[in-house]
Design a protein around this ligand. Structure first.
Ligand code: BGC
Length: 412
């Protein structure tokens, strides 16, 4: 469905960089990474098998403390919040939907509405119920029907409280990690199953797109992990590897769902530079260059978000939402690195908007420190620090810096 263009606030004056009126400012999260105790999920079993650095356990206990976290959203001044629904909570056994879980999600969404916060809801952020993983899995064609039934249920029970849908978060991550490298569940290294799963996931998205629109006129899309792939110098092999990596992450799936998106959802984090390294088997003889000073080795590259936005604008007429952008650190409350990250990236988002990119919103990853999949709790992504012993929440300086940006609808 078409999304109306926002009015241009038209203020380019002085040294302020203002964003369009009605711009969505918010934060992004995912259920499994914050809720805690999602013991019916395949990822939970994965943790029990020792495949991750740590187990998610209580995570941030958002399931118990969401009221506190929504208070933080209001204090931040966010007008949008991206959260995901945990399929394994909603349908803990096949065909049996949990009325209690649905009621709790209704309360969560209603509370956001009361606060005037737009709800951006992801239907699948990588975790599936154990029954689904054991009996079906994305590589089996029955997965499509099972997934679509879950989608119908969401729309029937919660659809009236949803403003924007992300059907699937970054499909190529669970597909690549789950079916090619074997690092995520179901742990296959099987190209045949990979292609089957990719085909089914694309069909799932298209099915959801149609069934959501049959019930409600809201924007529907997916997110792409869309980092900036770059090769310095003239090494032709590296250039090919970088183009191939970008094609795999973005174009492989976008081509399969062409015409079934109302917006382009971008998750941008870093510069990815593939370097030739014949000993590395993970990426077929290449490795991703690392920043030795970063907790996950990620190279921060603010200009990359501008380049990505301009690239997307050239290729598509659809509105763009930055559905995730953030930095893993081991910061305490001072957190100068995240503040600098926010300012520099948003300056480039503003530049892209001024040059015509139709960006409608920016969601920072993340509100809270959270469970970072294979890496456990070590990388800190939060504007708010979590003390994992007491589960106390403490806003960092970056929280207040972002609050100010939101208040001003832009940068000084
Ligand atoms: C994922 C998140 C993850 C973040 C940081 C994104 O690609 O959607 O689940 O926590 O990256 O790695």
């Amino acid at each position: 469905m078409p999304i109306d263009a926002p009015e241009n606030s038209g203020n380019k004056k002085s040294s302020k960089l203002l964003f369009p009126a009605g711009f969505l400012w918010g934060v992004a999260t995912s259920a499994y990474q914050i809720e805690g105790k999602n013991s019916n999920a395949d990822w939970w079993s994965w943790e029990q098998q020792g495949k991750t650095r740590e187990s998610s356990g209580n995570a941030c206990a958002y399931w118990d403390f969401w009221k506190k976290d929504h208070e933080l959203l209001s204090e931040l001044g966010a007008n949008s919040f991206r959260l995901s629904l945990e399929w394994s909570r909603i349908e803990p056994s096949e065909g049996q939907f949990s009325a209690a879980a649905i009621r709790d999600y209704r309360e969560i969404l209603q509370d956001l509405k009361k606060r005037n916060i737009k709800t951006i809801v992801t239907f699948w952020h990588w975790t599936s119920p154990i029954w689904f993983a054991e009996k079906y899995g994305l590589h089996k064609k029955e997965s499509v029907e099972k997934f679509l039934r879950y989608g119908e249920k969401i729309m029937d029970e919660l659809g009236d409280l949803i403003d924007i849908v992300v059907t699937i978060n970054e499909p190529m991550v669970p597909l690549g990690m789950g079916f090619l490298t074997g690092k995520f569940p179901p742990g296959f290294k099987n190209p045949y199953r990979f292609f089957r799963a990719a085909k089914n996931l694309a069909q799932i998205h298209k099915g959801l797109y149609k069934s959501i629109h049959a019930k409600r006129n809201i924007p529907v899309g997916i997110t792409y992990l869309y980092n900036y792939y770059f090769s310095a110098g003239n090494n032709i092999l590296e250039k090919i590897a970088n183009s191939a990596a970008k094609w795999f992450r973005v174009n492989f799936f976008s081509r399969k769902i062409k015409g079934f998106e109302d917006y382009v959802g971008i998750d941008y984090y870093r510069l990815v530079r593939m370097k030739f390294d014949p000993k590395n088997s993970n990426y077929f003889g290449f490795r991703i260059e690392e920043d030795k000073n970063n907790v996950m080795g990620w190279i921060s590259y603010p200009e990359g978000i501008y380049r990505v936005l301009m690239e997307v604008s050239k290729e598509s007429k659809l509105p763009i939402y930055i559905m995730e952008n953030g930095r893993p650190t081991n910061a305490g409350l001072e957190d100068a690195e995240r503040t600098e990250f926010l300012n520099s990236h948003l300056a480039y988002v503003g530049k892209a908007i001024q040059e015509g990119a139709d960006v409608r919103g920016y969601l920072h990853w993340s509100l809270l420190d959270n469970y970072e999949w294979l890496e456990g709790f070590r990388p800190r992504f939060g504007l708010v620090e979590i003390d994992y012993q007491t589960l106390e929440r403490k806003p960092r300086k970056s929280f207040y810096a972002y609050k100010k940006i939101i208040e001003n609808n832009g940068l000084e």
